[in-house]
Design a protein around this ligand. Structure first.
Ligand SMILES: CCCCCCCCCCCCCC(=O)SCCNC(=O)CCNC(=O)[C@H](O)C(C)(C)COP(=O)(O)OP(=O)(O)OC[C@H]1O[C@@H](n2cnc3c(N)ncnc32)[C@H](O)[C@@H]1OP(=O)(O)O
Length: 193
C-alpha cells in the first residue's frame, strides 16, 4: 500500500538554521553532477540551472527557457518548469549539508512562461523533521521582483551515498566513483569559503 503524501510538516518539525559550514549568501553552488539534466553542463538540452546560496536556509536560481524547452509553440513545457523547481529545491541540501532526494513535489503554474524568458526562482526550507525536509519555492518572470509565474512545494528526504550506489545504473555509478570530481556537490562541501 502506498504511503499518504503530505507537505504539511508534523508537529515535531523545527525551522532549521543553515549548517555552520553552509556556503555564505551569494556563493555560486554550481552543478552538482555534470550530467544532471537540471544543472549539468554536459547534459544535452539540460536546464543548466544556476544556483546561489541565499539568506538563511534558502537558494536563488535562474533558468532561461530555450527553444529546446517548449511544450506549446513558444512556451515552456510545464514538466521542465517542474524540473527547474526540483533542482532548485534540491539545492537546499547544500545549506543543510545533506544530500536529499525528492519524495513529493507539487507545482502551481500561475502564468505561461515564454521561450527566451528567465525564471528567477527563490527556494527556502520551511521545516525539518528527522530526514524530512519541507520546502517551498516561487518563480518570477524576468526579474527577481517580476510577476509570479510558478510556485512549488516539496518534501525531500535525506539519503546516504548508498541510495545512489545501490540504485543507480552500474555504468554511471562506476564512472562517478572512479572520478569523484564529477559529483560537484561532494566537493562543494570542501571548498566553502
Ligand atoms: C554517487 C553519489 C551521487 C550523489 C549525487 C547527489 C545528487 C542529488 C540529486 C538531486 C536531484 C534533484 C532531486 C531529484 O530529482 S531526486 C530524484 C527523484 N526522487 C527519487 O528518485 C526518490 C525515490 N524515492 C525513494 O528513493 C524513497 O521513497 C525515499 C528515499 C524518498 C524514502 O525512502 P526511505 O526508505 O529512505 O525512507 P522512508 O520510506 O522510511 O521515508 C522516510 C520518511 O519520509 C516519509 N516520506 C517518504 N516519501 C514520502 C512522500 N512521497 N510523501 C510523504 N512522506 C514521505 C516517510 O513517510 C517517512 O516518514 P516518517 O515515517 O519517518 O515520519
Amino acid at each position: 500500500m502506498s504511503r499518504p503524501t503530505s507537505l504539511t510538516p508534523p508537529p515535531e518539525a523545527v525551522v532549521p538554521q543553515p549548517h555552520p559550514d553552509a556556503p555564505s549568501p551569494g556563493t555560486e553552488l554550481g552543478e552538482h553532477y555534470s550530467d544532471c539534466f537540471g544543472c549539468g553542463e554536459a547534459a544535452p538540452g539540460g536546464l543548466r540551472l544556476r544556483t546561489r546560496a541565499g539568506e538563511g536556509v534558502s537558494v536563488d536560481a535562474e533558468f532561461t527557457v530555450t527553444a529546446q524547452h517548449q511544450g506549446a509553440p513558444g512556451l515552456a513545457h510545464g514538466g521542465l518548469l517542474t524540473c527547474a523547481f526540483d533542482e532548485a529545491l534540491g539545492a537546499i541540501g547544500y545549506m543543510l549539508h545533506t544530500t536529499a532526494v525528492t519524495g513529493h513535489l507539487e507545482t502551481d503554474f500561475r502564468r505561461p512562461v515564454p521561450v527566451g524568458s528567465t525564471l528567477y526562482i527563490h527556494a527556502w526550507c520551511e521545516a525539518v523533521a528527522g530526514r524530512k525536509i519541507y520546502s517551498r519555492a516561487v518563480g518570477r518572470l524576468d526579474a527577481a521582483d517580476g510577476p509570479i509565474a510558478v510556485e512549488a512545494a516539496a518534501l525531500f528526504v535525506s539519503v546516504g551515498l548508498e541510495h545512489f550506489v545501490d540504485n543507480g545504473r552500474a555504468e554511471e555509478v562506476r564512472r562517478v566513483l572512479d572520478n569523484p570530481d564529477l559529483i560537484k556537490s561532494g566537493r562543494a562541501f570542501e571548498v566553502n569559503p
